[in-house]
Design a protein around this ligand. Structure first.
Ligand SMILES: [Mn+2]
Length: 442
């Protein structure tokens, strides 16, 4: 006899990413598609290892999305076994009642949480009367699912106490006909992501080693597995841009209960997620905003087919994330983000565009030398040098930095004197024409 269950984590319903309605819906769509798969496979249970919601204060629409998905599982007779992740947890001031508590009380799902009596951890059976408990036996299978909510920095100590608690339950497990045990835990493993600190090490999972057959993890959005024992499926949609590089999904776990020592086979399935394309565009050597835009447009055309393939496979336009890299040859104020976004939109399908400035700018660090600006004459000279230096770092003015610095100095004086802006603009136009004429004759 073999029994199948699904292991999902980090669904993050209610993530209004980029304040974009479609991105908000994407999280519900991803979850809904996994629920469809569970129903199609007629699995014996649907496990969620925490972070059903993106935040603890969800809105009515998000609650509806959750009720709709869990309601379909319930109608199909599939128990949904869930633990709280750090994103689901209620605030102390809200009497520590979370929306997952609410969904458990309203029979939409089965929320598992070991009871913590200070010194010891206790797993009680989940009861339909109290709608509380630390474990649930999947009817007629011999599979028991235990659950511990998120404990943050206390996770390693909790796992030690959970191991002790489960060893004490061995006789009871045997009486109940339990042959295979799953532990739902919202925690990562140290070292999987360099940016995540304070997670338990692999050896700190050892107390669970001989009392749990499958550790169903959540929390880290990058998928990984160790020793055919620790499994983390990753997030079901892209919660942050860095996740785009990881093949995230959920596990379909087949447990073979025909032998004395049940074995599982966990298959990682990639669910449909909106394509999230991350590219880098080099601004090196592009001397003016016009040249940059021209190159950027050509670059967009080169990337068009990739974006179109993503859109076709998903059935909707991708999120496009472009990092501008290198060293910008002109002042950052002259770079029009809007024009870059328009170029992306003109050349490829895009739901949302993110342009990130990762380039270096030619920062100004005046080498004042003998000039310390203590008297008015040297201050003006210092100012002129600073203008000249700044202009020399902008490819558009570099060749005429000297004459332009005098124009800028006079421009400043005219503005300080309260001259009419239209007059100043007219004068600036004349200076621009004059310098262009002089420059071309050299
Ligand atoms: Mn999460």
């Amino acid at each position: 006899m073999s029994v199948q269950f699904l292991h999902v984590a980090d669904v993050h319903l209610g993530n209004f990413q980029y304040q974009h309605k479609e991105r908000y819906n994407d999280f519900a769509r991803a979850f809904s598609a996994i629920v469809d798969d569970a129903i199609r496979r007629r699995v014996a249970a649907f496990l969620v290892a925490g972070d059903v919601f993106h935040k603890r204060s969800i809105d009515a629409m998000t609650l509806y999305q959750a009720k709709e998905a869990f309601g379909r599982l319930k109608a199909a007779g599939i128990p949904a076994l869930v633990i709280e992740g750090n994103h689901d947890k209620a605030h102390y001031r809200d009497a520590q009642v979370s929306w997952l508590n609410f969904l458990s009380w309203s029979d939409d799902l089965i929320l598992l949480a070991a009871a913590n009596d200070g010194g010891t951890l206790r797993f009680d059976p989940w009861l339909p009367t109290t709608k509380q408990g630390g474990y649930y036996d999947i009817t007629g299978t011999g599979i028991r699912v235990y659950g511990i909510p998120w404990y943050g920095g206390g996770t390693a100590a909790i796992m030690q106490r959970a191991g002790d608690a489960l060893r004490r339950m061995r006789a009871e497990e045997e009486r109940a006909g339990v042959r295979y045990r799953v532990m739902l835990l919202h925690t990562g493993v140290d070292g999987v992501l360099p940016s995540l600190h304070g997670l338990p090490t692999r050896t700190q999972f050892d107390p669970l080693r001989d009392v749990v057959d499958y550790v169903a993890l959540g929390h880290v959005h990058k998928p990984y597995e160790f020793d055919d024992w620790l499994y983390n499926p990753g997030s079901t949609e892209t919660v942050s841009a860095e996740e785009a590089a990881w093949k995230r999904g959920y596990y379909a776990v087949e447990v073979d209960l025909s032998s004395d020592a049940p074995r599982h086979h966990a298959r990682h399935i990639l669910n449909a997620q909106r394509p999230f394309l991350r590219w880098s565009f080099s601004v090196d050597g592009l001397a003016s905003p016009e040249i940059l835009l021209e190159h950027f447009g050509a670059w967009c055309r080169e990337h068009r087919s990739q974006a179109e393939r993503g859109a076709a496979s998903f059935g909707g336009p991708p999120v496009i994330d472009v990092a501008l890299a290198g060293t910008l040859a002109f002042d950052i104020g002259a770079l029009e983000r809007r024009a870059l976004e328009d170029a992306v939109r003109a050349h490829m399908p895009a739901l949302h565009i993110i342009i990130r400035n990762l380039f270096n700018t030619v920062d100004f660090n005046p080498e004042t030398g003998e000039l310390d600006g203590r008297d008015e004459a040297t201050r003006q000279e210092l100012e002129l040098r600073i203008f000249q230096d700044l202009l020399a770092r902008d490819a558009r003015f570099a060749a005429e930095a000297g004459p332009w610095s005098r124009v800028v100095a006079e421009l400043k004086q005219r503005a300080l004197a309260g001259e009419d802006p239209a007059v100043i603009a007219g004068w600036l136009g004349e200076q621009h024409a004059r310098l262009a004429r002089e420059g071309s004759t050299q």
